[in-house]
Design a protein around this ligand. Structure first.
Ligand code: ADP
Ligand code: MG
Length: 318
């Protein structure tokens, strides 16, 4: 681009809350033929709510009660061991009390709403992309994916059907174990950002391929992809944080020029590997630093605007 085109493009972009950084960014944005979205915090708000707490017991046997059914009577005398739902919530909230993951915040807030206060936490260990392990006043607590429980020699099978049902509703489900005993399943839900559907539609109308990468499980990922209009074959789920960059490279291995759009700390390497890295403005500083473009409004449709601005200025101003 000529300095004039760069200046005009940068300034028009800024008026739309789209910050282009660096000289040849406009060209790369224009030449993008594939957009890869991170799921959590990018296509979705990243603000989660606890929706389900389902203890494993013969009585529940795969049934998924609504959040209301999981409510704990107020003024219960604090004997956590008596009520299976309360026990499940107490163990999980105590462990998650030390984590900053959006899932953790949802679990703690959801437990409190149901009258369960988190207890004392001694040691917390984050298991990247899988969950957490904690030593608490209740005992050793594990919260996360089935594979994490298996690593702890806990058989997730009795809760798998419940888990799958919750996941196919687009929720993120987690198993909870205390001292080697499976307590049950928790699920959190996150809202799809309003403009995500229109953004995917507009990109596809321009014959730009749209993909999604997430650390979340396959079923939840597909349910969200379906809601926003992304083809199931373009969904990569269960991608560990350290593997996100490789996933982008795999998408680009056929010569595709991919724009990766993400928000989180663990998205930074993927943003750097992509032909163009785009950070959603509400995300972390690390992501913004790694990005070529920052979307100040955290609006996925601004991806389309960025492409429009680059095409417009580059074709008009020589
Ligand atoms: P994303 O790629 O969607 O940003 P992460 O890589 O942070 O997700 O997490 C991937 C998965 O790991 C989550 O969907 C969840 O199953 C599990 N997980 C991560 N952190 C926690 C936590 N604090 N508690 C329970 N599960 C967790
Ligand atoms: Mg994320």
């Amino acid at each position: 681009a000529t300095p004039a085109a760069t200046m005009v493009g940068t300034s028009i972009g800024a008026q739309h809350g789209v910050l282009f950084e660096g000289g040849d960014v406009l060209e790369r944005v224009r030449d993008t033929d594939t957009v890869v979205f991170d799921k959590t915090g990018t296509l979705t708000r990243g603000e989660m709510t606890l929706t389900d707490a389902v203890p494993v017991s013969p009585a529940t046997d795969g049934a998924v009660p609504a959040a209301d059914d999981a409510e704990v009577a107020e003024g219960s005398d604090g004997d956590v061991a008596d009520d299976p739902t309360e026990r499940l919530l107490a163990a999980a909230a105590t462990a998650e009390g030390g984590s900053e993951h959006p899932i953790a915040e949802a679990v703690v807030a959801g437990a409190r709403e149901r009258g369960v206060e988190p207890g004392e936490l001694d040691v917390l260990q984050n298991v990247s992309g899988k969950g957490i392990r904690a030593r608490t006043e209740h005992g050793t607590v594990v919260v996360g994916k089935p594979e994490l429980l298996r690593e702890e020699d806990v058989d997730p099978e009795p809760a798998m059907e419940t888990m799958r049902e919750l996941e196919s509703e687009g929720k993120t489900a987690m198993l909870v174990a205390l001292d080697g005993e499976l307590l049950g399943v928790l699920a959190v839900a996150d809202e799809v950002r309003e403009s995500a559907v229109a953004a995917v539609e507009a990109l596809r109308a321009r014959e730009i391929a749209v993909h999604m990468i997430t650390g979340d499980n396959e079923r939840t990922a597909r349910a969200v992809a379906e809601r926003v209009g992304i083809d199931p074959e373009n969904v990569r789920a269960g991608v560990l944080p350290e593997d996100k960059a490789d996933a982008v490279e795999a998408i680009q291995s056929d010569g595709s020029r991919a724009m990766m759009v993400g928000d989180g700390v663990n998205d930074a390497p993927a943003l750097a590997s992509a032909f163009v890295g785009v950070a959603i403005g509400s995300g972390t500083d690390v992501a913004i630093e790694a990005a070529d473009v920052t979307l100040m409004r955290s609006d996925p449709f601004d991806v389309v605007k960025a492409i429009n601005v680059s095409e417009g200025t580059l074709s008009k101003i020589k």
